[in-house]
Structures are given as C-alpha cells and as structure tokens.
Design a binder for this molecule. Structure first.
Ligand code: PGA
Length: 258
C-alpha cells in the first residue's frame, strides 16, 4: 500500500517567518485532521525553522526545495543536506525551474548527486521529472521522463530507491492552468516511471515507490487525478498557497479512500 502524499511547493513565496507561520498557523488544524494522507509543506529556506517549530508535534511534515550535493565547503549561497536534516524530513530535487532549460542549470547528473546526499542524510528526496512542450509534441515524453528517472537513481540500491518519492511534472503544465489529463499522467507514470523502475530495479520496487503528479493541480481537479491507480498524490504549487489548501488535501484523501 502506498500512502497518499500531498506536497506543497511554495516556491519563492511566503518566505518570511511571519508570513509562513501565519499561513501554517491557520491551516495546520484542518490539515492535521485529515486521515490517510501525508502532507509535506515546503517553504523557502528562510522560513523552514519557523514552519518546523509551528508544525512540531503535528502529523504534518516539512520539506526543503533544494540541497547541495556536498556536505560543506566553498559553495557560496548553497545549503547542504546535513544542514537541512534537523529542520525537515523531505527535500524537492530536480524541479524543472532549477533544471537546465529552467531558470537554473541543474543537469541529470547533478540531480543524481543531490538525491544521494539527501538519502545519506536521512531526507526523503522528492525527485521531479517531466518533459517540456516540444518534447511532448514530438512524442518523446517516455524517453525523456524515463531517462531522467534512470540517471537520477543510477547508483542507488532498490532499497534506497523505495525511500524516494518521484513527482511527474510535465513542464508545460506547471503554473499554466493547463493540467495534463489524469489519464495521460497516469499512463506516463505507469509506463515511463514505473516501467523504468521495474527495468532498473525490480517490479516490487516499481510498485512501492510513490509517484506524485504536479502541474496546475487545483481543488477542482485533484479528485480526478487521485482516482488514477498509479498516481499516489500531488506536488502542488499555486494551489498550496490558498486558504482552501486543506480542502484540496481532504478531496485527495477522500478520492483515495473512496
Ligand atoms: P503549479 O506548480 O501547481 O503552480 O502548477 C507545481 C510545481 O511546480 O510543483
């Protein structure tokens, strides 16, 4: 059984401790009452400590949105996995906004090293993969997504891989209001992600890794995504900053239990 997971990707928003605490202070009670779903809130680094303190003792978890692959050293402006380990339990890695072609230049190889650093420090990596519009239109989705998964997990054991979460986020669907259809997302996850995991590791590993969908998830469409058998949750950007985020999580939980 794969427990449903909803991760809130705040991106570069609510980054002051006061704004972040105000938001989680308002939503933590309704969120904690929802059974059968894990919730991970991922604020900017500057608000991690404050959010962690506000959520301590609840079932809600905290995640970061990047980690350097080295533990320490001359990397001005970076934050490492061991620095995050006391502050959060999860870390989003390889988001398309950080990858080559996004606003930064992270390669598959760099992301692989970050995944390993996260696992070595007890953090659950939420590895993001996804194709851009040109690749999608050229019918390359499976090749691109499968390749991203394969490279990022290349040096891991099956057991380590089972400790990872993968988020399938078609780039053209992120922040555009044009979500993938649930059926298309499910197919890509089944074929390109679980299929790759089965080849690279084994079928039990392919079936035990949790895979999220991300890209214009809303309170209105979450139930349709969660009705899909291969989608185990969602990575939610814009809609995670809204007051009805607990309602989105409740609909996800209901869709999975119903
Ligand atoms: P969105 O972002 O929900 O605003 O489309 C998702 C993401 O980038 O993780």
């Amino acid at each position: 059984m794969r427990t449903t997971l909803i991760a809130a990707n705040w991106k570069m928003n609510l980054g002051t401790p006061s704004a972040a605490v105000e938001f989680v202070g308002r939503t933590r009670h309704p969120l904690s009452e929802i059974e059968g779903v894990e919730v991970v809130i991922c604020p900017p680094f500057t608000a991690l400590a404050a959010v962690e303190e506000t959520l301590r003792g609840t079932r809600l978890r905290v995640g970061a949105k990047n980690a350097h692959s080295q533990a320490k050293g001359a990397f001005t402006g970076d934050v490492s996995a061991p620095m995050l380990a006391g502050l959060c339990t999860h870390v989003i890695l390889g988001h398309s906004e950080r990858r080559a072609g996004g606003s930064l230049d992270e390669t598959d190889e760099a992301i692989r090293r970050k995944v390993e650093a996260a696992l070595a420090n007890g953090l659950v990596p939420i590895l993001c993969v996804g194709e851009n519009l040109t690749q999608n239109e050229a019918g390359e989705t499976s090749t691109i997504v499968g390749g991203q998964v394969r490279t990022a997990l290349a040096d891991l054991s099956a057991e380590q891989t089972r400790g990872c979460v993968i988020a399938y986020e078609p780039i053209w669907a992120i922040g555009t209001g044009k979500a993938a259809t649930p059926a298309d997302a499910n197919l890509t996850v089944a074929l390109a992600i679980r299929g790759t995991l089965a080849e690279q590791f084994d079928e039990p590993t392919a079936q035990s890794v949790r895979v999220l969908y991300g890209g214009s998830v809303t309170v209105e469409n979450i139930a349709d995504f969660m009705a899909m058998p291969d989608l185990d949750g969602a990575l939610v950007g814009g809609a995670s900053l809204k007051d009805d985020f607990p309602e989105l999580v409740r609909r996800a939980a209901n869709a999975k239990s119903g």
